[in-house]
Design a protein around this ligand. Structure first.
Ligand SMILES: [Zn+2]
Length: 442
């Protein structure tokens, strides 16, 4: 059943408040002096941070404002319609696709840099003070806190898989925390990925779920039923999953076929410049959410075609005769989706760190299907180049290992190069490439 017509109530229910004007939240009175002071000080801290070259300043500004007024997120969100986007992989891309769609209807506040803790949400709402709509990417373990503060109109739930193994975030524990968040907001509309059994478990407490078949190659972290714990049944070559207890993949209202998103009678072409099947799945999630927010699907899809990169991901950067296509992958599921995007004819540079934001434990490397890589020139760099090197040796992939990624770039021939890096490796590489282009020190 379509859920796109504003005000339509279907078998899977659209909360009418989603599409109408949101009344001023009664739990959040107008900003008082404390909030104004907090926002002023936070904005100033952000400006100082930027001027000193300490980064975009978003997080520090949000952090200062939160320290001065713990209720600042609630107060900044009051009266706005907020969409939260959460899940292990695809948050940043999906929130960018959604923000592009919603901007066709007016200004949108958005934490586009991927700062997805509460301080990043505060910073985004401070920066977009007058936007009536906000799209906020939220870390899975912070969903409950942020949802309690902003009372979202829509929550978009993508997928759950292992990430940052040492952060105490085993998939079931993360799912339980997210389920609490959803259970506390039963009037919030949810857009969820029907292909991920973990997300179906998370959404069990929601009465207003729109299901999307957003695909996903990786099922290695959802082998057990979220309801009874028994092994799920999946037939090779078939989509869908089921369990003996009766839980099964919900019927999706939105599905994906090649570069088209299907919804009832509608076939919406999605001509993204971003590569990969998984990004068409992300677009389907974003189109379903945009539809709940009152933006017509064809218009939403057209707006998404303008995106060429997302916070530097998929960007092509020229460095000393090499054209580097920068891809980010952080965990086995992300790498499994990214490896098929690589061009077999290009040399490949892999950069892996294991800092706090990456997770210190690199045992996940053994779950990445590096065996699938076709032979090519492969150079490995980053703090944990040696770990990747051992893994590639076992996969039978010839490679060269060198710690410094900018030295590693010099080891591949001039021309197009694919680069896959994990989180801090990606951020650090972008910064150094940018400094090098500016003629500064690397
Ligand atoms: Zn079951």
């Amino acid at each position: 059943m379509p859920t796109s017509d504003p005000g339509t109530t279907t078998g899977t229910r659209v909360a009418p408040s989603v599409v109408g004007d949101r009344p001023e939240a009664e739990h959040a009175p107008r900003p008082g002096w404390r909030t104004l002071l907090a926002v002023g000080a936070g904005s100033m801290a952000g400006r100082v941070s930027r001027r000193l070259g300490l980064g975009a300043g978003a997080i520090i500004g949000g952090r200062v404002a939160l320290a001065l007024d713990p209720s600042v997120l609630t107060r900044l969100a009051a009266g706005r319609r907020v969409v939260l986007v959460s899940g292990t992989n695809g948050k940043t891309t999906t929130s960018h696709l959604l923000a592009a769609a919603l901007r066709t209807a007016g200004p949108v506040a958005h934490n586009g840099s991927g700062a997805n803790m509460p301080d990043g949400a505060v910073a985004a709402l401070m920066a977009g003070r007058n936007a009536p709509v906000a799209v906020i990417e939220v870390d899975e373990l912070h969903l409950a806190t942020v949802a309690a503060a902003v009372r979202p109109a829509v929550v978009v739930l993508l997928n759950l898989s292992r990430d940052q193994l040492d952060r105490g975030s085993e998939v079931r524990a993360v799912a339980a925390s997210m389920a609490d968040a959803i259970g506390a907001h039963t009037d919030t509309a949810v857009v969820a990925n029907a292909e991920d059994p973990s997300m179906v478990g998370v959404v069990a407490g929601s009465t207003a779920t729109t299901w999307v078949s957003a695909g996903g190659r990786w099922s290695g972290d959802a082998t057990g039923c979220p309801r009874c714990g028994e092994a799920l049944r999946r037939s090779p070559g078939e989509s869908g999953w089921s369990c003996g207890c009766g839980l099964a993949r919900p019927d999706p209202e939105w599905t994906v076929a090649a570069a088209t998103v299907l919804n009832g009678e509608r076939a919406i072409p999605v001509r993204l410049q971003l590569p990969g099947e998984f990004n068409v799945g992300n677009a389907a999630m974003a189109i379903a959410a945009a539809s709940l927010m009152g933006v017509e699907p064809y218009r939403a899809a057209a707006a998404m075609t303008q995106l060429t990169e997302v916070a530097g991901r998929y960007a092509v950067v020229t460095h000393r005769g090499r054209r580097l296509r920068l891809l980010l992958a952080k965990n086995p599921a992300g790498w499994a989706e990214t490896l098929p995007l690589l061009d077999d004819r290009r040399p490949l540079l892999l950069v892996v760190n294991a800092r706090e934001a990456d997770g210190r434990d690199t045992s996940w490397l053994w779950d990445v299907p590096f065996e699938d890589l076709a032979p090519r020139r492969v150079v490995v760099a980053g703090d944990r180049a040696a770990d990747v090197g051992v893994r590639l040796t076992y996969a039978g992939i010839e490679h060269t290992t060198v710690a410094d990624p900018l030295v590693a770039v010099q080891l591949v021939p001039a021309g197009a190069v694919d680069v896959v890096a994990n989180y801090t490796a990606f951020t650090q590489l972008r910064r150094r490439l940018s400094a090098d282009r500016a003629g500064g020190a690397t």
